[in-house]
Design a protein around this ligand. Structure first.
Ligand code: 13P
Length: 248
């Protein structure tokens, strides 16, 4: 049983209506559907407009509140993302954990909110540079997994993204051996916590993925795709990553 590769883009706080042209260029560059799943997570302001032009590409949010509605100014619920046409949502990105102090427990609650609304939760974990230098990368990620992945996670409702904080937006990428060590460890940990679904849940690597390094990363053990920031903003770059995922 194989896990289909997933090329996922996280636009972060980038993009305005004029940026929809990149999606139109991306979809028109593929004459046949790629042999992988494709997800783009634009800012919430663009979700419904992007759904309208996305033709087979799944669209997701970048965060959601744990509640379905209520007095939470500025927040967006998973139900609202679903209503806008999203099919997934990123939860627990390191930028949310750092900028908004999100705890593992809050991330887990957001993942459950995603499922409640029928969305796939893309749950993010990853160590800082200081933690890696201290030899703690595996234990930090293991702890984040234990706290952030609710019991109900399945291959259908959850994707796990390993994004070392020090590799995000820096051009620094772990060695392929280090990625393999982490992803193999994550699979083993998931086999303990979620024995029935551990082989079904896809693992994305994220952090400075480019068209030039995507193929070698996709060939690594237990890497089922990528979560891409900067290189997802341009159709030519993200198209190269989708092609690499298709051919992996
Ligand atoms: P970059 O690809 O820009 O390093 O960002 C990775 C990321 O944080 C995706 O969520």
């Amino acid at each position: 049983m194989g896990r289909k590769k997933l090329a996922a883009g996280n636009w972060k706080m980038n993009g305005v209506k004029a940026s929809l042209g990149e999606i139109e260029a991306l979809v028109s560059a593929f004459t046949a559907p790629p042999n992988c799943d494709v997800l783009i997570c634009p800012p919430a302001t663009l979700v419904s407009a992007m759904v309208a032009v996305s033709r087979g590409i799944s669209i997701g949010g970048q965060d959601c509140h744990a509640n379905a509605s209520g007095a939470h100014t500025g927040d967006i619920s998973a139900e609202q993302l679903a209503d806008a046409g999203a099919s997934a949502v990123i939860v627990g990105h390191s930028e949310r954990r750092a900028d908004h102090g999100e705890s593992d427990a809050e991330v887990a609650a957001k993942a459950e909110a995603a499922w409640r609304a029928g969305l796939t939760a893309v749950i993010c974990v990853g160590e800082t540079e200081a933690e890696r230098d201290a030899g703690e990368a595996l234990s930090i990620v293991g702890g984040q997994m234990a706290g952030s992945i609710p019991a109900g996670a399945t291959g259908a409702n959850t994707v796990l993204a390993y994004e070392p904080v020090w590799a995000i937006g820096t051009g620094k990428v772990p060695t392929l051996e280090d990625i393999a060590e982490m992803h193999d460890y994550m699979r083993a940990e998931l086999a303990k916590s979620h024995p029935a679904e551990a082989q079904n849940i896809r693992f994305l690597y994220g952090g400075s993925v480019k068209p030039t390094n995507a193929a070698e990363i996709f060939a690594v053990s237990n890497v089922d795709g990528a979560l891409v920031g900067g290189a997802s903003l341009k159709a030519a770059d993200f198209g190269g990553i989708i092609k690499a995922a298709s051919e992996a």
